[in-house]
Design a binder for this molecule. Structure first.
Ligand code: KIV
Length: 278
């Protein structure tokens, strides 16, 4: 079996240093984590996108640390090789350093080996405080979904030269503060490639082109388990929702026609002893 993926192993996996691209997938429960781990992904992110993908909520602002910890625990129990990263939900790392440390520790005690948080230079004090308590931190820049209201929607970020310069500054600041890797979401490919060249920790792209050190996708998007249209950066590798609907409707037909359960799927009383005790 391949060894457990560690934070130092991820940190040293810049593609330019002949490492293969890093692979990260979200998972939110034990079956999902088992699938991701068995498929050999390097990192499992228990993303706050669980709000939209699993809980039917409008946006990621709707989940708190208790909900995240519940799902981190389910994933942590199933992941044998992949590094498990717990997403810090909105408001769990904005109020005070103490609050941030306690919330991150909740995710670690639930089963995460690292945490992820959104934002640039403004987050440096929190990142430094977490590292001082031995909690590794992954950054997240660009289209940061917890800023949906401030951004005025889910829009590609860093599209002009000034915004691209700001993004590079943010990336350099959180790398210098000690993030072991960072997600770059929803930014033009040239900007992501520029950040990747500027920082000495791996960049993990989602909607950020092929120039990053790794890629992340959402479990439900990759497997076709979601509803509605997906963003252009998603490649669907399966249509499991259709397969599942077909399987459930076949079972429903069998129940209604009496074809389920069969005799072999039924418990029986022990056979009556025959005459003479046989
Ligand atoms: O919550 C999430 O799923 C994420 C990924 C999109 C990076 O943050």
């Amino acid at each position: 079996m391949r060894p457990k993926v560690t934070v130092p192993a991820v940190r040293s996996s810049k593609r330019g240093r002949a490492s293969p691209a890093l692979v990260m997938l979200t998972a939110y429960d034990t079956p999902g984590a088992r699938i991701a781990d068995a498929a050999g992904v390097d990192m499992i992110l228990v993303g706050d996108s669980l709000a939209n993908n699993v809980l039917g909520l409008a946006d990621t602002l709707q989940v708190d640390i208790g909900v995240m910890a519940h799902h981190v625990a389910a994933v942590g129990r199933a992941s044998t090789r992949a590094l498990v990263i717990g997403d810090m939900p909105w408001l769990s790392y904005h109020v005070s350093v103490e609050d941030t440390i306690r919330n991150a520790a909740t995710l670690v005690r639930a089963g995460a080996q690292a945490v992820k948080l959104e934002g640039g230079r403004a987050r440096v004090p929190m990142i430094e405080a977490l590292l001082a308590t031995e909690i590794p931190v992954m950054g997240h820049l660009g289209l940061t979904p917890q800023s949906v209201n401030a951004m005025g929607g889910y829009k590609v970020q860093a599209k002009d030269a000034d915004a691209a310069d700001e993004l590079v500054e943010d990336a350099m600041a959180i790398a210098a503060a000690g993030c072991f890797a960072m997600v770059l979401e929803g930014v033009p490919d040239v900007v992501a490639a520029r950040v990747t060249a500027e920082v000495d920790v791996p960049t993990i792209g989602i909607g950020a082109g092929a120039g990053c050190d790794g890629q992340v996708l959402v479990f439900h998007d990759l497997l076709g388990l979601g509803v509605g249209p997906v963003p252009k950066f998603v490649r669907r590798y399966a249509d499991l929702a259709s397969l599942a609907v077909e399987a459930v409707s076949t079972w429903a037909d069998d129940v209604r026609s009496g074809a389920f359960p069969s005799d072999a799927e039924t418990y029986h009383l022990p056979a009556e002893p025959g005459p003479g005790g046989h």
